[in-house]
Write a protein that binds this ligand. Structure first.
Ligand code: 3PG
Ligand code: CO
Length: 555
């Protein structure tokens, strides 16, 4: 008989306030000139690593340890926060799509049948991130899907590409477009009218998240649905090459463009009777476009025209909202998360970040679920992010404001758990600006200090960890670890995450002196953190959770 009731921990007391701090994009790597965490002034994190009065270790944050297909897959915030919150390792979107494509099951599902209804008389539009980053989407999955639909009656295909440069090297967009163009040419040889119809950079077109800036989605809508953009080209390769040649241009921020035919007409606006698939498996940056495509009533921007289409997501992006209602692959069913257990066992919870990471410590943490489990027990605070800038311009972001909210929540003694995400290392690391990332790391460190000071005052416990690496390595390396140079002899800046492990530090005046890390879990990963945090609240974790990192030795 299932019960939400958690067993009491045999040794650890209840009633201690616990601060859980997630440093986004903060991995552990050897000290060198491209390790911004090492270069930055980070006395707080240094002292935790030094471990004089606390426990410190590394945990895995990439690959199979967080449910990704292979150990060559870098970590990311979705799978990282899912693992931290759920305490178990789930096969994640990337892998579920792989399996569905390999087995062909994707073509037997309701979602595919729904879009297939439009193949005879309409166009199939595929919208998504074009790269092999594996965080939101993968080129080989698009290729496989193109092959699949071509064998299943599709007559006309239009691809609306979003260039990456964030999960992969900047400049790699050109190669990905060339690969896709080759594939589409082969489909045309088979008699299928297949073309790229529009495009734009992921951070400027379509892929906003947590409603930070609806203009981003509108720019995509105008190009993809209405066939309107400030730039038009005869081919996508020409588009990407020319737009990249503009001063300061990069893949992440390419302006929207539309492909036009000989008569200057857009080759693929979305119209009544068409089918649309959003290719990304990851939810956060698809929810907004999914709402625009799916909701009859919609007031976030003027859609001008709302086509009657059959729309399916690669996955369902929000299980609570059932958004979208049609999808090709079922998402991982993450249930019984630590957040839900703890609230049901009386733990009053406060969670906070700024907009760009707010859903990470709430939605992803709670197993891709929006909203509260119990509004009387929880408070989630979102601090508005700066919008319309790249974060290297203001690398301190809202770290101080987040820390102040956390401090006040701790000192109010109204919460048992105070959980934050500090975005700096990640969001600034993604810009590839090394100077700014150093400033970002210092700001995050100062925020940690403020939270630890508050925990000190209330006699609480802190857990400081991270979701994946980013700021600790800003250069692309060869297999032996040597920085790679481009053809002009400059180092290749790494804007993406890394494969590095992340630290976890536990301490504070409320921690029993006998608590230490177990030594039988050398391969532990982020999924081991949830049971650990449950212990610190005085509970045993459910038996199917990954084991706790700590033990209590009597002395
Ligand atoms: C993004 O969406 O910003 C990147 O692709 C991944 O970053 P995140 O996993 O840290 O959010
Ligand atoms: Co990131």
């Amino acid at each position: 008989e299932f019960s939400w009731k958690l067993a009491d921990h045999p040794k650890l007391p209840k009633g201690k306030q616990v601060a859980v701090v997630v440093l986004d994009g903060w991995g552990e790597a050897s000290p060198n000139e491209y390790n911004c965490i090492h270069i930055a002034d980070t006395p707080t994190m240094d002292s935790l690593k030094n471990g004089a009065t606390n426990q410190w270790r590394l945990v895995k944050a990439h690959g199979k340890a967080v449910g990704l297909p292979t150990d060559d897959d870098m970590g990311n915030s979705e799978v990282g926060h899912n693992a931290l919150g759920a305490g178990r390792i789930y096969a994640q979107g990337a892998q579920l799509v792989d399996l569905a494509l390999e087995s062909g099951k994707i073509y037997e599902g309701e979602g595919f049948k729904y879009i297939q209804e439009c193949f005879e008389t309409g166009t199939l539009h595929l919208i998504g991130l074009l790269s092999d980053g594996g965080v939101h989407s993968r080129l080989d999955q698009l290729q496989s899907l193109l092959k699949g639909v071509s064998e299943r009656g599709v007559k006309r295909v239009r691809v609306h590409i979003l260039t990456d440069g964030r999960d992969v090297l900047d400049g790699s967009s050109v190669g990905f477009v060339e690969t896709l163009e080759n594939d589409l040419a082969k489909l045309r040889e088979k008699g299928i009218d297949a073309r790229i119809a529009s495009g734009g950079g992921r951070m400027y077109v379509t892929m906003d998240r947590y409603e930070n800036d609806w203009d981003v989605v509108k720019r995509g809508w105008d190009a993809q649905v209405l066939g309107k953009a400030p730039h038009t080209f005869k081919s996508a390769i020409e588009a990407v090459k020319k737009l990249r040649a503009e001063p300061k241009a990069n893949d992440q921020y390419l302006p929207p463009f539309v492909i036009i035919d000989e008569n200057e007409k857009p080759v693929g606006p979305i119209i009544d009777g068409d089918a649309v698939v959003t290719l990304n498996f990851r939810a956060d940056r698809m929810v907004m476009i999914a709402k625009a495509l799916e909701y009859e009533n919609f007031d976030k921007f003027d859609r001008v025209r709302y086509p009657k289409i059959h729309y399916a997501g690669m996955l369902q992006y929000d299980g609570e909202l059932k958004l979208p209602s049609h999808y090709l692959v079922s998402p991982p069913e993450i249930e019984r998360t630590s957040g839900e257990y703890l609230v049901k066992n009386g733990i009053r919870t406060f969670a906070c970040s700024e907009t760009v990471k707010f859903g990470h410590v709430t939605f992803f943490w709670n197993g891709n679920r929006s909203g509260y489990f119990n509004p009387d027990m929880e408070e989630y605070v979102e601090i508005p992010s700066d919008s319309g800038i790249t974060f290297n311009v203001k690398p301190k972001m809202k770290a101080l404001e987040i820390a102040e909210k956390a401090r006040d929540a701790i000192l109010s003694r109204k919460f048992d758990q105070v959980r934050v995400n500090l975005p700096n290392g990640d969001m600034v690391g993604h810009t590839g600006d090394i100077e700014a990332t150093i400033v970002a790391c210092k700001a995050a460190d100062e925020a940690v200090k403020m939270i630890l000071d508050a925990i000190d005052q209330v006699g609480g416990i802190y857990v400081v960890t991270a979701d994946h690496g980013n700021a600790e390595d800003m250069v692309k390396r060869d297999k032996s670890g040597k920085p790679l140079l481009d053809k002009n002899g400059n180092i290749q800046i790494l804007t993406s995450h890394t494969l590095q492990p992340v630290p976890i530090a536990i301490g504070g005046p409320g921690l029993l002196p006998g608590v230490s890390y177990r030594n039988d879990l050398p391969n532990a990963g982020l999924a081991n953190v949830a049971a650990t945090v449950m212990n610190l609240h005085g509970f045993e974790a459910p038996s199917d959770y990954e084991p706790t990192l700590i033990e209590v030795v009597d002395n």
